[in-house]
Design a protein around this ligand. Sequence first.
Ligand code: 5GP
Length: 183
Amino acid sequence: MTDLKVLISREEIAKRVSEMGAEITRDFKGQSIIFVGVLKGAAIFLSDLARHVRLDATFDFIGVSSYGNRPSPQKELKDGWDSTGEVKLTKDVDQSMQDKNVIVVEDILDTGLTLTYLRKVLLAHQPRTLRIAALLDKPSRRKLPLEGDYVGFKIPDEFVVGYGLDYAEKYRNLPDICVVPRQ
Ligand code: 5GP
């Protein structure tokens, strides 16, 4: 795929992620936190964000997938794809979250189905606090009323790749966030 267009540059990402880290540092002053990254898209965001947080912190990861047959990436891009909303856990967290400050780190908040499900799963672990950090947010696509506590950028309804986000598992290592043309 050649005609990817930069939507958010690496410099803009770096600036905003450092601001988000400072916000989290301020909000949890004197406390420790657990970052729970949602595999695989949030891996790069989590590693950058965590390095801007000046607190005792540990990492964990959680995995989810959607039920239903996802169309090919080409078809999904052209016609869109609305999952049934049923999400299943493919990997649970490894450590106890009980009475801990937990921040779920996600690449993008789209319909809200994934994070609504993950909130429920994580609340069952009885954390002291549960917050959501999402690098990107597409508010126009929301199906369930969910907001991120720390949001990097609100973006229009475009399919984006880079900085952890994939298209058929590719492009996660692009340093900028780019729009894939719908054709
Ligand atoms: P939600 O459950 O909020 O609809 O979707 C969240 C998940 O959908 C994200 O974690 C991501 O995997 C996927 N997703 C939504 N929009 C995009 C996009 O523009 N690009 C990519 N690569 N994935 C997306």
